[in-house]
Design a protein around this ligand. Structure first.
Ligand code: NAG
Length: 336
């Protein structure tokens, strides 16, 4: 009897010990507290030495075996008033969380200042997201030395200056989103030039002030999506289309692109094509009628001409064809 009870006690102790996660690493705890204390004001009230940073601190996740902090995620929900406040700049102390793999500041309107160079110390960082903040300054060159980076999303901030060509050196990068900033200069031809074999690329540079042409090198990048809309790009972009490409979304709207759309050939996977508000000429290729998954097609405000193919890719809203040179048929007036 006594042996059975002892055995039960032993088993209980053993199983709870083996399933318990490691406690927060002390160096990481200190770095997090320095992070918190560098803000003028923050809502990080759960961050206190009296509790375990891995199990009790909001926005922090650890590797359960080592107790090292691997994820920092600050995120205000879209449909709620903001509840996370980080009033100040991204703290230099973030660089002391050496095991970080994912960092996310999303919809944190109190966050300001520039992207700190201490991020360069995060050699294991796979994803960096700074979105819908007031963060300003350049897209730093040093980001291209974060060799583990797979995804870089700096969306709807106040970033300015050029896109560093050196971002093309990131051999694991498959997703780059810099939309909604004040970026100027050309789209670097180097982007995704070292894309891992078998990977697809996703690029979003919408709503900036980018100039020049779409790099010809993009003809050989296997994009799943390309968003270049709302910039000041000129010239050809026909090479983004092609039968054997894996592309699902292309948005080139509101630039000054000029090419013969009649020559475009589409991959069967296409779901979204917006080339509206450009200088694009030629006709609408018959090939769009074959795109079974196409759910958005907009060519309005270009210089297109000729008969809209039967059923216009099933998308027959006249606005999506309006303001061209001489398109006719389909949802528009019959051709003469
Ligand atoms: C923190 O930032 C928010 C949003 O920018 C602002 O409304 C609030 O007044 C700031 N709080 C403090 C204490 O500075």
């Amino acid at each position: 009897m006594a042996t059975t009870i002892l055995l039960l006690i032993f088993l209980t102790l053993f199983s709870s010990a083996s399933s318990a996660a490691a406690a927060c690493n002390k160096k990481d705890e200190s770095a997090l507290l320095a992070f918190k204390n560098s803000f003028r004001y923050s809502s990080l009230t759960s961050w206190s030495r009296s509790t375990d940073c891995c199990s009790s601190w909001d926005s922090v996740s650890c590797d359960s075996a080592s107790g090292r902090v691997t994820i920092l995620r600050f995120f205000n929900d879209y449909d709620m008033p903001e509840s996370i406040f980080l009033n100040g700049s991204i703290p230099a102390a973030i660089g002391d969380l050496s095991e970080l793999e994912h960092v996310d500041f999303s919809r944190i309107s109190s966050l300001e200042g520039t992207i700190p160079p201490q991020l360069l110390k995060l050699k294991k960082l796979q994803s960096l997201q700074i979105s819908q903040t007031q963060v300003s300054g350049p897209v730093p060159h040093f980001l291209s030395e974060l060799a583990s980076l797979k995804g870089l999303e700096l969306r709807y901030n106040r970033l300015s200056g050029p896109i560093p060509a050196s971002l093309g050196n990131l051999v694991h990068l498959t997703s780059l989103t810099l939309s909604g900033n004040r970026l100027t200069g050309a789209v670097p031809a180097s982007l995704f030039s070292k894309l891992p074999k078998g990977s697809l690329a996703s690029l979003a540079l919408s709503e900036n002030k980018l100039t020049g042409t779409v790099p010809k090198s993009f003809a050989s990048v296997p994009f799943s999506s390309v968003y270049l809309d709302n910039n000041k790009l000129t010239g050809d972009a026909l090479f983004l289309f092609g039968r054997s490409k894996p592309t699902v979304h292309i948005n080139l709207a509101r630039n000054s692109l000029a090419f013969d759309f009649g020559k475009a050939v589409f991959p069967p996977s296409m779901e979204y094509i917006d080339i509206s508000h450009n200088e694009i000429y030629g006709s609408i290729p018959y090939g769009i009628t074959k795109l079974r998954n196409l759910n958005y097609f907009d060519v309005n405000s270009n210089k297109l001409c000729g008969k809209i193919p039967p059923n216009g890719g099933r998308l027959l809203s006249p606005e999506n064809y309006a303001h061209n040179k001489c398109l006719c048929g389909g949802p528009l007036k019959p051709c003469k």
